[in-house]
Design a protein around this ligand. Structure first.
Ligand code: ATP
Ligand code: MG
Length: 454
């Protein structure tokens, strides 16, 4: 019993943030394993110039963590004790950005490096909202304070590319080796300061294959509701990172396990609860993961088109049941779903244009007769539209035979394509020829009058 209590007390002490000013562990190359050559030339040069100018300068945050974990970093951020003006004076090609908290963009060759001055954690005077969310944090501080304000121990690592050491204030290297995601400081407090940290916990644990330390994991379920107070644009940015992490399937499963998926992406929860919707969304996410891992391009428009499709489908079906014409009904459903999302999701105008293009192409794939079928191939968004159709087929929404036909049709030469076109449906012909009144009207709406998919 006593031993248990002691162990618990030791654990609590271990998790407490090091007091500002305490010395970090200096970890040598043999232990951290980062090879200097894996740091971009621009980042290395920037650190060297700052150090030659008499300042401290380190590669920091995600890049150090990823390199130790054997992942190629997306970008290299630099932290320094030089003020933005001092940084600016050392680099001809640099500019100060940001009003609230200034950072410097340093251009080196084709690279842009983000150089931040060490920042302090919040104190009693820090402005917070009524839930404890920090509204402003723009105080410069010491390096130890800069480490303490970061979210997880594995994110508070500072790599010096000149000395080739990693400075580690919170046992981050050990946590990374033990595959543990541990919060710096008291998790409940840190989530209240910034609820997005819950989302980051899930995203980073999926990306790096870590388990979230119970102290940081347990409070998520009860605190998830705090996400509601976070500005939509910030949630959206973090969700984009999650969805394009290359580990989206795992991350979405983890979000669900932690009870965090509700209200994050509005309707994601609803979609995941519909069997066919879930299959479709998961197929889309695993396709995106695969493309990212292969280094292929991905587009937010395509992914959001998939995430929201089953909402569109449900509304489209309802409208058709009420007797609306299929194509106008589809456009109404599209606009309805998108406007609901853009309110809360900060989907930009350009992304929503892409999403609509992809959706609007879908009924056109049903028509496999006549010249408009050939013209569809020339549409700018044809490839994305086809990839989307394939997902619909794989999830069981439309027959696979339809997607197969379009796969063959794309590959075929012009003669083969002409031969592949289906004869005008006898029903359609009959209606056109023999039908009066109503059928003539349905003919008028041209290619848009094709039967939409069920
Ligand atoms: P990624 O590899 O996806 O970019 P990252 O950890 O680098 O992950 P960034 O958003 O680029 O994420 O943040 C850079 C660093 O800033 C983090 O490593 C962390 O130290 C710190 N940081 C970011 N967001 C927060 C936050 N909400 N609270 C505290 N520290 C944060
Ligand atoms: Mg980063």
């Amino acid at each position: 019993m006593i031993r248990k209590l002691l162990r618990r007390a030791i654990n609590v002490l271990r998790r407490a943030p090091s007091p500002p000013g305490s010395a970090p562990a200096a970890i040598a190359r043999a232990q951290h394993g980062i090879r200097r050559e894996t740091i971009s030339t621009g980042a290395r040069r920037t650190c060297e110039t700052l150090q030659q100018g008499g300042f401290k300068a380190y590669v920091v945050g995600g890049a150090v963590r990823d390199l130790i974990a054997g992942i190629v970093p997306k970008d290299f951020d630099i932290a320094t004790d030089a003020t933005p003006d001092q940084v600016r004076s050392l680099f001809r090609r640099s500019r100060i950005i940001g009003r609230r908290f200034q950072i410097v963009h340093v251009m080196q060759g084709g690279e842009t490096l983000e150089v931040s001055t060490f920042r302090a954690a919040h104190d009693a005077d820090t402005q917070k909202d009524e839930h404890g969310r920090v509204l402003r944090d723009n105080v410069w501080g010491s390096m130890a304070e800069d480490a303490a304000r970061r979210d997880f121990t594995i994110n508070a690592l500072y790599y010096d590319p000149v000395a080739e050491t990693v400075l580690d204030y919170h046992h981050g290297v050990a946590d990374l080796k033990h595959k543990t995601l541990r919060m710096i400081g008291e998790p409940r407090l840190r989530y209240r300061e910034d609820p997005v940290r819950m989302l980051r916990a899930v995203r980073l644990s999926a990306k790096l294959g870590l388990s979230i330390d119970p102290a940081a994991r347990t409070p998520i379920r009860e605190m998830a509701v705090l996400m509601e107070n976070v500005p939509a644009a910030r949630v959206f940015d973090e969700m984009l990172k999650l969805l394009f992490s290359g580990h989206a399937v795992d991350a979405v499963h983890r979000l669900r396990d932690e009870g965090l998926h509700h209200g994050l992406l509005p309707l994601l929860d609803v979609i995941l609860e519909q069997p066919m919707g879930e299959k479709f969304v998961m197929l889309a996410l695993s396709g995106t993961d695969e493309r990212i891992r292969q280094g292929k391009t991905t587009s937010p428009g395509f992914l959001f088109a998939t995430l929201l499709w089953h909402e569109v489908l449900a509304d489209w079906e309802a409208r058709k049941t009420r007797g609306e014409l299929p194509i106008p009904a589809l456009f109404e459903a599209m606009d309805g779903v998108l406007s609901q999302q853009t309110d809360t999701l900060a989907i930009t105008r350009r992304i929503s244009g892409d999403i609509k293009d992809i959706w609007a192409l879908q009924p056109r794939f049903d028509k496999r007769t006549g010249k408009s079928t050939l013209r569809l191939l020339e549409q700018a968004r044809f490839r994305a539209g086809y990839d989307f159709l394939l997902l619909r087929a794989q999830s069981g929404e439309v027959p696979m035979e339809l997607a197969d036909w379009w796969a063959r049709f794309q590959e075929a030469d012009i003669d083969q394509r002409m031969a592949m076109l289906l004869p005008e449906k006898s029903g359609t012909k009959k209606r056109r020829r023999g039908g009066r009144g109503r059928s003539a009207k349905s003919g008028e709406s041209g290619s848009n009058s094709t039967e939409p998919a069920a």
